[in-house]
Design a binder for this molecule. Sequence first.
Ligand code: ADP
Ligand code: ZN
Ligand code: MG
Length: 488
Amino acid sequence: MAVTTSQKPEPAVKYEPVIGLEVHVQLQTQSKIFCACSTRFGDPPNSNTCPVCLGLPGALPVLNREAVTMAMKAALALHCAINPRSRFARKNYFYPDLPKGYQISQYDEPLAEHGWLELSGARRKIGATRVHLEEDAGKSLHEGFPDSEEKSYIDLNRAGVPLIEIVSEPDLRSPEEAYDYLTRLKTLMLYLGVSDCNMEEGSLRCDANVSLRPVGSSGLGVKTEVKNLNSFKFLERALAYEIERQTQILESGGQIFQQTRLWDSREQKTFGMRTKEFAHDYRYFPEPDLLPVEISEAWKEEARGSLPELPDARRDRLIAQYHLAAFDADQLTSSRDLADYFEATARDLNQPKLAANWILSELLHLLNEAGREITESPVSPGHLAELIRMIDDRTLSGRMGKDVLAEMFRAGRPASAIIAEQGLRQISDQEHIAKVVHEIVAANPRQAEQYRKGKTATLGWFIGQVMKATGGQANPQAAREALEKELA
Ligand code: ADP
Ligand code: ZN
Ligand code: MG
């Protein structure tokens, strides 16, 4: 039985989680994988269909070359070996959104194998077992119709949209690592431009396999597979829940059954859905209507040649070229657009570290608040560079710079225009500051006395008074120097 008292004895065996992810990524081709229908999301239901994707008898599939190229790019970016010959297979099962009664997928001869993806931080490598191509199924709609109580509707626009499935080795050891792996995978796919990875629209889907094993053992325990994880947070929470559930069962002497479970985001729990199906349940057999996929060396090199600079390489280059901290370089390369923005700003400015700071703290903060992407920033890299130069040459204080940036963001205008209009300009003029300082010290003899007796913290209070008297426009360093002189 589970022990629930506070003096729970240390369990004899400590368990560690073992996690492997199966990720489906929708490829951004114009047309479907085996027919010419459009892949556009959001079109009227069943408008993008034809005899092939409706599974009408006699209709024959024709492989979309672009889908293969995109899948190869993803596989190469994951350091996989591309198989010169791969093959499609029929995976047979019944479901209303699968009109043919089988899904065309790859089974024993996948497109690519033996890759890896690095986690962030310690940069541990997680094995990518395989990358294979398959077609998506249609979508069952259970809500939003007047008769949804009795009926479900089916939209087959998605049937036949190309997917890749990326299966990881069971190398992940915590929900946080799983989250990080999926984040890195998504970043990679976005860099490649092979998918929009929109989880809400289903273009990125993830099933999580998890088991426990005694710490120190290298075998694998019985796993459960969790589905219905439609956000990164849910992946992390569902795994944490499942690890806790399995731990309790094992610690109380119970046994885990291989099972498919569903994450219920309302209850924040997983529920058993069905006993796990096995490969033989699907009666896989080679797809007779498609030739094997032969990848020539030339085709593979064409795909390799079209790869952009990938996140890891770009991160390393930013560190080497701009002398950025690893953490900043990681953040800046979290998206290709953000890295582009940074480099455009840094090119315009010979202060790359300042540019990184302003982008990562102030600009991203403003973008987050406004719910905007970096590509929608009302402040261009050139205008941000101009602002940073003004702070650097002390035309503006850092404090004023933040306010000016917020105004630039709001109004979409350059710093120079805002400063001219609001009469903002940092007061560095020594004489002016000395005069203000003299008056403030004279008006506050008690604080001046305290400072002279050794309570140096009072200086901060005096600087505050100077800033107040100048409407925040005094150069804080100049104010400090003038105060030290006056109070000496
Ligand atoms: P299945 O036969 O259930 O499809 P696979 O061997 O194909 O299982 O693996 C599917 C996914 O589950 C992979 O990501 C793999 O890393 C992961 N996996 C396999 N065995 C385990 C295990 N014992 N614990 C955790 N994850 C596992
Ligand atoms: Zn079609
Ligand atoms: Mg499997």
